[in-house]
Design a protein around this ligand. Structure first.
Ligand code: DP6
Length: 429
């Protein structure tokens, strides 16, 4: 391992996207290995707007493994982090950087400690699958620094052991997590169905709901569902297998009608399973009843808006999907429908303050497409004709909207100035 007096710090930085499932993962058949009861399919979201960045540093001078998330030190002792660290270390290879005089043998990695700093470019509490992006980035970046040569399928099965949905963030575009059959989980891996350029008309609008709450734990919720919901058994054994085949076909053929119907049906069935759980899981979970009602109402309003609009057009314009939190994810078949959708959404959920441009993050140019140049344009929006409750508005219920496209998988960030760890001290910058 001998290098310049043992005082070196070696670093790698990676960036990984988050993903949203269109066929949901809900329920494990093995808790420790994180093996699911059904396949799932997701779309990867553009990392420019929603992603985790992670720097891993390694140095003979580090006495222990340490990690910081969004600047705050967190414990690495949890089983999930430890599984990922162990699996990557097992596959580590010889590494040499002649210029820096660093030479690490495969067996040295067991003794070398890591410092890991991770940062999400969106609020963790927004409930936008930050654990998927974070764990995928953790595994991807550790794999890079330790010179792991395994393919992405194998990396996905390691990320899976950090958080199930993280295995799908190892690729861009459309991704399927195959549940696998083996007890050791070696065939429970993610595969890419198509990259992000395959169907690049799709535009995603996310309504981020005002909430000071932390992301609700999917882990304990899905455990309760597996133990108590008869609907979950039927879903996993009968519904999802045929739905996954249809979804793969829809993606392959750019068949938006089928894609949208399957996406909405699967989101609704996932929430039906939550209600079928004992005690029932109110997915838009919170301690305050008033808040629960408010966010349920928001979800119901958005679902009914999309359902009625789709029905009045005779063919789906937009798909909706909700995870284990209150945010609505809306997938429009193209930019034109996304702009129309935004007009309908902003009618019901106008911004509280007058600054329109901070109310929509991501691809702000959609505001121009929607003819919304100032708050006056929002105030003048007509009520969506398909709705029967035209005059009610819900100012303040949505904190902001995100307009985003599908995106690519994890990448190395080569620019050292973007590293989150100081190359001299080995601590977060
Ligand atoms: C509703 O991957 O967060 O978002 O495997 O226990 O870490 P663990 O759960 P997690 O569950 C995600 C559930 C979901 C649906 C999905 O992403 O498929």
């Amino acid at each position: 391992m001998a290098a310049a007096e043992g005082q070196w710090v070696l670093m790698a930085t990676g960036r990984s996207p988050t993903n949203i499932a269109v066929i949901k993962y809900w329920g494990k058949r093995d808790e420790a290995l994180i093996l699911p009861v059904n396949d799932s399919i997701s779309v990867t979201l553009d990392p420019d707007h929603l992603s985790a960045t992670t720097t891993v540093a390694v140095s003979p001078s580090f006495p222990s493994d340490r990690m910081w998330l969004n600047g705050k030190e967190i414990s690495l002792s949890g089983g999930r982090f430890q599984s990922c660290l162990r699996e990557i270390r097992k596959r580590a290879r010889d590494f040499e950087d002649e210029k820096k005089g660093i030479n690490i043998k495969r067996e040295d990695w067991e003794k070398l400690h890591v410092h890991i700093a991770s940062y999400n470019n969106f609020p963790t509490a927004a409930g936008l699958a930050s654990s998927a992006a974070g764990l995928a980035c953790f595994v991807f970046t550790l794999g890079k620094i330790m010179n792991v040569k395994e393919d992405y399928g194998e990396l996905s099965s390691i990320a899976r052991q950090g958080s199930g949905s993280a295995c799908r963030s190892i690729y861009g575009g459309f991704v399927k997590w195959c549940m696998g059959k083996k007890d050791d989980g070696s065939d429970s891996i993610a595969v890419q169905l198509a990259d992000e350029t395959h169907w690049n008309d799709l535009v995603i609008i996310i309504a981020v709901v005002s909430s000071k709450q932390k992301e609700t734990s999917s882990t304990s919720g899905m455990r309760d569902s597996v133990e108590t919901s008869p609907l979950l058994q039927y879903r996993a054994q009968t519904v999802v297998p045929s739905r996954v085949l249809k979804m793969e076909e829809a993606i392959k053929n750019h068949d938006f009608e089928s894609f949208a119907k399957l996406t909405c049906a699967d989101s609704n069935q996932f929430h039906a399973v939550c209600l079928d759980t004992s005690p029932p899981i109110f997915y838009m979970n919170d301690t305050s009843h008033r808040y629960v009602l408010a966010v349920h109402w928001l979800g119901i309003l958005i679902i009914s808006l999309v359902e009625k609009w789709n029905h009045s057009e005779g063919t789906p314009q937009v798909a909706y999907t909700f995870d284990a939190g209150p945010n609505a994810v809306l997938i429009a078949q193209n930019r034109k429908t996304a702009a129309l959708l935004l007009r309908k959404l902003l009618y019901y959920f106008p911004p509280e303050d007058k600054d329109l441009s901070s109310y929509l993050v991501g691809d702000k140019s959609i505001l121009g497409d929607a003819g919304l140049h100032s708050i006056k344009d929002v105030e003048a929006l007509p009520a969506p004709p398909e709705m029967k409750i035209p005059d009610q508005k819900f100012m303040g219920d949505v904190s902001y909207f995100i307009c985003i496209r599908l995106g690519a998988g994890p990448k190395v960030v080569a620019d050292e100035s973007q590293a989150l760890i100081d190359a001299v001290t080995g601590l977060p910058k």
